[in-house]
Design a protein around this ligand. Sequence first.
Ligand code: ADP
Ligand code: MG
Length: 355
Amino acid sequence: MDFKQIFGRAPEAEAIAPGRVNLLGEHTDYNDGFVLPTAIPQCTKVQLGLSTDGQHHFYSKNLDERVSISDMLLTPSGFASYIFGCIQLLEREGYTIPSINLHVSSEVPIGSGLSSSAALEVATLRGLRSMLNLPIDDVRIAQIAQQAEIHYAGVQCGIMDQMASSLADTKHILFLDTRSLQTRVLPLPTGAEILVIDSGVPRTLAGSGYNQRRAECEEAARLLRVKALRDITDVSALEELPLPLRRRARHVVTEDNRVLEVLQGVSTQRFGELMNASHASLRDDYEVSVPALDTLVGLLQETPGVFGARLTGAGFGGASVALVASAEARAIAEAVLERYNRAGYLGQILVPSVS
Ligand code: ADP
Ligand code: MG
């Protein structure tokens, strides 16, 4: 149902924000390191208007779920927590937010690692900025969005997703230094486009595995007497670490170096090689891949027209990302999926979008 059907009148403002996929720089953001996300074509749209009964009302078209907030001291659960968090944080910044009706609809696959959560937060904040003329810039929006996800939705996340949704577009890659928040916009590699295929394997262990890797990285940094692994540039400095910390740290250090190599300017071919190397490092040193992702990425890597491929997101299931020759994504995906599904899995194309 649309805004008018739910709330009885037309919206006063609307805003959109895209999902994202990370091309290189995985598990580096909580190590103060470097990432290279890009926006995907699918967006989340938020429409808003003033509410007349003193309560906030949020409706998700995707979930066909409506939540009303009568008590601002109680954080709601589910999708409303992200929106509620954005409103609360804006009020903490000193802005007065009136009671609103908010309608959300999204093309970003929810829970597939393409960051529908950041798209929801950023679209909400953009919508409020537009309706209320708030003087907040895009970096501030990303920071508030991240705080909303951590403190209200209860997800310990880095800032990559929100920075990508707030600052990236589909024609460029966003280089982000997650320590300084310095950004640089790079062109997409020439003659290439992005292909994202979901492995069909849910990220069941992602939560516990992610927390364990985070703790291992913190321990490695502590043993090396640096603030974060980002401060190590040479793998020879890792010799003193015990296993498996040495391998965990080696992934982070080499991954940061791969991103920095791209920043210097590389050919499309080389970009692909760095993605392949990233996958091997995530599989062997960081140990966050699973057989399904290794199979999918392997099939992609051996297919003509593919420059490089790797798992993307936290791992333990979820999606793969590949850099493929322009205009060939769909044909490549179909060929790969036929073989992948024959191996007993059920993959699905997420980007380019089917609609
Ligand atoms: P991802 O960000 O990779 O899609 P997350 O688990 O971080 O996965 O975020 C998914 C959650 O974000 C959903 O469970 C829901 O609470 C919220 N969400 C995102 N988009 C929407 C939407 N369009 N409608 C309702 N909830 C949404
Ligand atoms: Mg998310």
